[in-house]
Design a protein around this ligand. Structure first.
Ligand code: NAD
Length: 423
């Protein structure tokens, strides 16, 4: 194992931290189709902020960053961490997995192992990826080359649960390979591994982690809709209920991003293909997807109650990323709030300290502005949509300074003292 050379394909939120971890013990080739990403990494800059420049500098000699898979032809382990998005009909889009498998097929040689980490439905590794590997490499699965699946559980923006200290589920296409895969991860992870009997079990274990969370959050969101009708503070109810040992403590909110809001569709797709309609999972998806519109409706209602004119009213949204303290905007449900508010005729500005200035140019269509605390503009309503640390420091005076007359503050994340309305 010691002399293994490892190739990581897809250097995003998952792949880059993994490459850095492996580089502590192995030579690593990091491949990404995005040339700009490769150039940034060569200059020790990670736009996801998951790996600090200092850390990238330290591993520079152990990782080759490249867009050319040929640079990885002497590797014997290939780890795939490419995106697994959905299309506009919420069906799995397996294009990145298929394309990266074809690329690996071009350099695959005898006894190599290809380990997939991307989140999928059970069966994708063996039924979709393996045929691509076989076709391009002309090698035979489980005779000439082998596969593994080890789902990633990292939580971007979370400095406590990092890739290194989360237990990793491992699997392999034969019992011997499963042990090899397990041993590989055990050499670099501090938290250890949990080996399972098949690739399909490992695939299923990941997709249900996010599905369970999605369903549980949908329940809390539904409860929030009910309690708001009754003028009951949902967060206080949750605090009280969670004094019971087996209550699952979750908060109501927007479910965006590329994991919890996407992965359940992988499972529902496969389930429906097999003839079973997963009503609970689909209903949960629908509830969570409707929360952006609900928050926009509540904002308008509070503005009307305060006697504000809606047409051309100035609304400020604080936060546009899908989660706190992270620059990731993928599938952010804050965009739903913005779209609804604009549809009704309000003018919307958005401030998010985590969105890069370069990207802001492209994002001006969403109304991104510089720090409003430092400006003079006054707003008819302020929606606190993401709990970035910076927003947690805002005081009542800050809100009142940004407000036009009576301040209407809508608190989606329960971080504002005395908001007009909170979820
Ligand atoms: N980000 C998370 O929180 C997280 C956590 C656990 C699991 N996952 C799963 O891990 C996978 C990767 O997610 P991510 O957040 O790192 O995605 P990402 O978009 O941040 O990174 C993916 C990278 O892969 C590159 N890429 C795309 N197609 C490629 C190809 N054919 N060849 C080489 N590179 C290619 C992209 O340019 C990008 O840099 C997904 O399946 C996701 O569901 C993500």
């Amino acid at each position: 194992m010691k002399n293994n050379k490892i190739c990581i394909i897809g250097l995003g939120y998952v792949g880059l931290p993994l490459a850095v971890i492996f580089a502590k013990k192995f030579d690593v080739v990091g491949v990404d189709i995005s040339k700009s990403r490769i150039n940034e990494l060569k200059n020790s800059y990670d736009r996801t902020f998951e790996v600090e420049p200092k850390k990238l500098d330290l591993v520079k000699e152990k990782i080759i960053f490249t867009s050319n898979i040929k640079d990885a032809e002497d590797c014997d382990i290939y780890i795939v961490t490419v995106p697994t998005p959905i299309d506009k009909y919420n069906r799995p889009d397996l294009t990145p997995l298929i394309e990266s498998s074809r690329a690996i097929g071009k350099v695959l040689t005898a006894d190599n192992i290809v380990i997939y980490e991307s989140t999928v439905y059970p069966g994708v590794t063996e039924d979709v990826c393996v045929p691509e590997l076989e076709k391009t490499s002309k090698l035979t699965f489980n005779e000439d080359f082998y596969c593994g699946y080890s789902p990633e559980r990292v939580n971007p923006g979370d400095r406590e649960h990092t890739a290194e200290n989360i237990i990793k589920v491992t699997s392999g296409s034969t019992p011997f390979i499963a042990k090899k895969v397990d041993n590989l991860y055990n050499q670099v992870l501090t938290a250890g591994t949990h080996m399972v009997s098949s690739i399909k079990v490992a695939e299923a274990s990941k997709v249900i982690e996010n599905t369970q969370r999605d369903v549980n959050i949908a329940l809390i969101n539904e409860l929030a809709l009910i309690f708001n009708q009754m003028n009951i503070d949902t967060n206080e109810v949750i605090e009280a209920a969670s004094t019971k040992w087996n209550f699952i403590k979750l908060k109501p909110g927007l479910v965006g991003g590329h994991c919890i809001g996407v992965d359940p569709y992988y499972l529902t797709f496969k389930s429906e293909e097999l003839g079973y309609k997963p009503d609970l999972i689909l209903a949960s998806r629908q509830i969570n997807n409707s929360m952006g519109k609900y928050i926009a409706d509540q904002t308008i209602r509070e503005m009307i109650n305060a006697g504000k004119k809606i047409k051309d009213a100035q609304v400020l949204i604080l936060g546009i990323t899908f989660k706190e303290n992270c620059p990731d905007m993928r599938n952010s449900k804050v965009l739903d709030i913005i779209a609804e508010l604009k549809k009704i005729g309000t003018k919307v500005d958005v401030y998010d300290p985590f969105i890069e200035l370069i990207e802001r140019d492209e994002l001006y269509k969403h109304g991104l502005i510089h720090n409003p605390i430092k400006g003079n503009k006054k707003y008819d309503a302020i929606v606190v949509a993401v709990s970035h640390n910076q927003f947690k420091k805002y005081t009542e005076k800050d809100y009142s300074n940004m407000s036009n007359g009576e301040s209407i503050v809508i608190d989606v994340k329960n971080i504002v003292d005395n908001p007009t309305w909170k979820l």
